[in-house]
Structures are given as C-alpha cells and as structure tokens.
Design a protein around this ligand. Sequence first.
Ligand SMILES: NC(=O)C1=CN([C@@H]2O[C@H](COP(=O)(O)OP(=O)(O)OC[C@H]3O[C@@H](n4cnc5c(N)ncnc54)[C@H](O)[C@@H]3O)[C@@H](O)[C@H]2O)C=CC1
Ligand SMILES: O=C(O)CCC(=O)C(=O)O
Length: 422
Amino acid sequence: MKMSPKYNPYENMLSVVSNAADILGYVPSDYEAIKYPERELKVAVPVRMDDGSVRVFEGFRVQHSTSRGPAKGGIRYHQNVDLDEVKALAAWMTFKCAVVNIPYGGGKGGIICDPTKLSESELRSLTRRFTAMIAPIIGPDQDIPAPDVGTNANVMGWIMDTYSMLKGHCVPGVVTGKPIALGGALGRNEATGRGVMITTLNILKAHAFSPENSTVAIQGMGNVGSVSAKLLYEQGLKVAAVSDVSGALYDPDGLDIPSILEYLSQKRGNLLEGYDAGNAKWITNAELLELPVDVLIPAALENQINASNADKIQAKIIVEAANGPTTIDADKILDKRGIVIVPDILSNAGGVVVSYFEWVQNIQSISWSEEHVNEQLKDIMDQAFQSVWDIAKDKDVSLRTGAYLIAVKRVVDAKNMRGIWP
Ligand SMILES: NC(=O)C1=CN([C@@H]2O[C@H](COP(=O)(O)OP(=O)(O)OC[C@H]3O[C@@H](n4cnc5c(N)ncnc54)[C@H](O)[C@@H]3O)[C@@H](O)[C@H]2O)C=CC1
Ligand SMILES: O=C(O)CCC(=O)C(=O)O
C-alpha cells in the first residue's frame, strides 16, 4: 500500500484532538499531556530462521495513556509498521475506549515484518521473543495486547503462554483475542466486524436508508472486512465490491459473499486471487474506493482516502472499519461534499469492547455465552452511536468531531482529576 510521503498519522490524530479541545474551550495546558504517549518501547528481536541464519526484527509497544485504566490495543505485524504509526494507533485506542466508555487507556504494538513470508515456527519464535522483551511493561493491570493486522488468535495464544511461563503461573488476562480453549471470549473473533455491521445499520437508519436497498463496497477482506461482509450480506445489503491486497471484485448486482468466504477459508494465505469471478469483474483497490455505492467501508490500512482521491469518492456514507483510513485533508473535502463519515474510533470499537468482556471473564474466571456477549456488544455500540450522533447534531459538527468531543473530555477529565504528581 503506497503511503503519501507527507502523511504522518500521529500529526493527523493530534490535529483532530486539538480541534475537539478548542471546541470544548480548553486552554493548551488542559490537554498538553495527552498530546504525548506516556511510554514508547523499541526492541530489537533476534530470530533463528528456518535456514539457520539469524534475523533481527524491529518491534514497538507504545502506551499512549493509562489515565482511564490499563493501556489496551492490538499488535500489528506488517512490513510498513513504524513508530509514528504505532503512536497514532495507540492514541486512537485511548479515544476509542473513551468513546465507548470502557475502563481502559490506549496502547498499540507492532513488528516490522511481512508475516506472509515467515514460516509458522519463525512467527512463533518472533512472537515469543518479542513478548519476553515487552513483558516488563505488559500485564492484565498494565497493558493488554490483542490482534490487529497480520496477527490472530494463535499469536495471542503464544503471547499468553510466553508471559505465563515468565511469571510462573497462568495469566490469561494479559492478552485478549486468544483461542477459546485458552480463555478467549466467544464472539471476539467476529466482534469488530459485528460492531461495523451494527454501526452501518445505525447510520443507514439515521439517514432513512433501508438495508435491502443499500449497496456497499468493502476494502480489505481480513478479519474485520470479511466478517463485516458476511454480516452485512446477512442483513440484506448488496455487497457490490470486496478486495484485498491481491485485487478487488465488483458486481453492481451484488457479489456471492458466502461463496467468496468459502473460497478464502479454503485457501492458504486467504487471498481473493484465483477466485472464479463469474459475472463479477476484477478491478483495482483504487477503483473500489471510487465506486458509486451507498456505503464505503475501508477495512485495510491508514491513508486510503486522502487529498488525491477524496473528490472522486461517490459513496454517500463512509463507515471507517480500519484505523485512520481517511486523512484530515480528505475529511475536509468529503465534509464539504456532504459525504457522511462514521469515524474509526466509533465504528471499529466492537473488537475492543469484546476484548474488555474477555478480560473481565478472565480476571473473574467466569465465562459468558456468545449470545450474552453479542447482546452486550450491541447495547454498547448503539449507545455510543446515539451519543455521538446527538452531540454532533447539537454542536453542528461532523460525527468525527462529535466522537472526539466525547472522548477527549473523558480522557482530559480523568487525567486532570488524577492530577500531575508529585
Ligand atoms: N482485528 C481487529 O480486531 C481490529 C482491527 N482494526 C483495524 O481494521 C483494519 C484491518 O484489520 P484486520 O482485518 O484485523 O487485519 P487482517 O490482517 O486480518 O486483514 C487485513 C486485510 O487488508 C488487506 N489489505 C492490505 N493491504 C491492502 C491494500 N493495499 N488494499 C486492499 N486491501 C489490503 C489484506 O489483504 C487483508 O485482507 C486495520 O486498520 C486494523 O487496525 C480495528 C479494530 C479492531
Ligand atoms: O481488542 C483490542 O484490545 C484492540 C483491538 C485494536 O487493536 C483496535 O481496536 O484497533
């Protein structure tokens, strides 16, 4: 994925936060502290590769804020990971947890690597060594990792095992998104996509669109994109386009999502390439973003909708499933054009909400049914959507600004109530 040279996700995040702080009437010293991550750890992780050589991978864990609770957020394995990206992702977690009002701060981690080019044993060694190196700053009361791009339940299982071995006892609450057999929550694997589905239905309803008459295009068919596609298809939306790093499929009459998901589940590497497209046609990811659909769901990486394509977007609504898919320049262009954006910190919060349920179950040694998890998730997502919608209408601002008005206030209030010590 090509990043525009000037794009800095951390600066993007800061300018959104400053805008919200201005509207809230804060003076700089009220929110100066939340402009900086509390802690940044950079590690060099040596791995014995299958061919006997040693490679050293660079990794990061950033804790943006612990004012409202332990840091919380995923770990990304991707070749384009860098410190500014991890810092931005950590800060977005702080504001995401605040907007849905769960008792966490924000953190994020990453390793610069292409996990599709590593064998399972290399991935396991990399994960175990990385965990050992970040172990001093993580823990169920300190900082709780989870899956993100390029990581999954298996990786979380290795983190849980390595941390537990270091402590000398089983610590399931150190990480969420684990395999169910290791204390993972039922419903966590689908939770982010389920939250995206709930949010999409909420925004369609708010604009009096019926799901059955709405079309959607989804960029990214990993954990978040594929579950969003499945659940939206089941809700009657016409999923006209989906994509991944290997290309995009488009059929204005709607794709056969169950058949695509079946193909992905059988294919090693989970890529769309090679799928028998039938009536659908292959297009590029750039073309997918500009399709004439009702809803566009970017579910891949940051900086996909930027100043170079914002004036070509034809969707009426964008539901941000990825973190940071829209730059601030694009935001302004889209806003002027009347395109509604449901911001990432609201629409993709389902994952961390169910991670919170997983952690709550782990520390109490109890287990909830999937039905209970999904009901509680829906309640939280609906309430958060309504609060963001109401404040945005009340203040006549975008949904992104509305979400940040709620989140920044909660984080600043907590920070200031705790005070600066000594
Ligand atoms: N996994 C989770 O629970 C959560 C993930 N997110 C965010 O959702 C986004 C996707 O994450 P996951 O689905 O977990 O990752 P994943 O690793 O499961 O899937 C990523 C998908 O994006 C595709 N992709 C990568 N580069 C692309 C490109 N240039 N064009 C089109 N597709 C491309 C990949 O082929 C893959 O289908 C990320 O922004 C992540 O931070 C947000 C909240 C929670
Ligand atoms: O489940 C979690 O703790 C965090 C998921 C995540 O990384 C995100 O929401 O971006």
